[in-house]
Design a protein around this ligand. Structure first.
Ligand code: SF4
Length: 237
């Protein structure tokens, strides 16, 4: 089996509940989606990056592991595009007793479940309709998959948190509907965080809008946080 890797680097987490913590990032090539705020556009083509055998990719990852590597984050692109390869790479890391982390839009429950046994920390990213992730016709189908991935991660007792990127285009009624659907399916005690992440440099939401979005989550989950992308402020990749 082959895998296309876009880049490997050590940095600090710039997003989510683990922001500020040191991590080795393995960025997989390829993502077919079209979020207007995507900040990793270079890695979207399926033929971007470099192709490796799994063995060579494991060696490359090993050569980037340092004594102080606290976790390995599989990101993208969308890592689930190459789910079979990610499962093998993540197992290789877990065998070294290093925690593994998956960042994905969780667009396919079967691919997600294939990778899940080898992942310790899961970021479930829910896309809003106005993200342009997919066209309106296919939106509900994809969100259905994301919802199933959330339930699967919770059921498997993984460290699981939710992230939603919001912009000036985010509609309060659509966001409220999404939040209600999430907490109809899981309980507040099932997750380890709910992050509202404002877009940066494009269609940025106002503080007023962010506070309104916060207020929509708070009745369901009081630990909701608005967290901008930290790495953009410290010049990290
Ligand atoms: S799913 Fe992620 S990688 Fe793919 S286009 Fe959207 S933001 Fe970019």
């Amino acid at each position: 089996m082959k895998v296309r890797l876009f880049e490997i680097f050590t940095s600090v987490e710039g997003e989510g509940i683990l922001y500020g913590t040191k991590t080795l990032f393995v960025r997989l090539a390829g993502c077919p989606f079209t979020c207007f705020y995507c900040d990793t556009k270079e890695s979207l083509p399926l033929d971007s990056g470099t192709e490796y055998s799994i063995e060579d990719a494991n060696h490359l990852i090993d050569s980037n592991l340092k004594n102080q590597t606290y976790k390995v984050n599989f990101t993208g692109g969308d890592p689930l595009i190459q789910h079979e390869a990610v499962a093998l790479l993540a197992k290789h890391i877990q065998d070294k007793k290093i925690p593994t982390y998956l960042e994905s839009s969780c667009f396919d429950i079967d691919r997600f479940n294939h990778v899940l046994p080898f992942i310790d920390i899961v970021k479930i990213e829910f896309k809003t309709k106005d993200s342009d992730f997919v066209d309106a016709k296919h939106y509900e189908k994809f969100i259905g998959h994301t919802m199933k991935c959330l339930q699967s991660s919770v059921k498997s007792n993984k460290t699981t948190y939710i992230k939603v990127v919001v912009s000036s285009k985010t509609q309060l009624n659509e966001f409220a509907k999404l939040v209600q659907e999430i907490f109809d399916k899981i309980s507040k005690d099932d997750i380890d965080g709910f992050i509202i992440q404002p877009t940066y440099g494009i269609s940025e939401p106002s503080l007023e809008l962010l506070l309104e979005l916060y207020d929509l989550v708070y009745p369901h989950y009081i630990d909701v946080k608005v967290v901008p992308q930290l790495h953009k402020f410290i010049g990290a990749p």
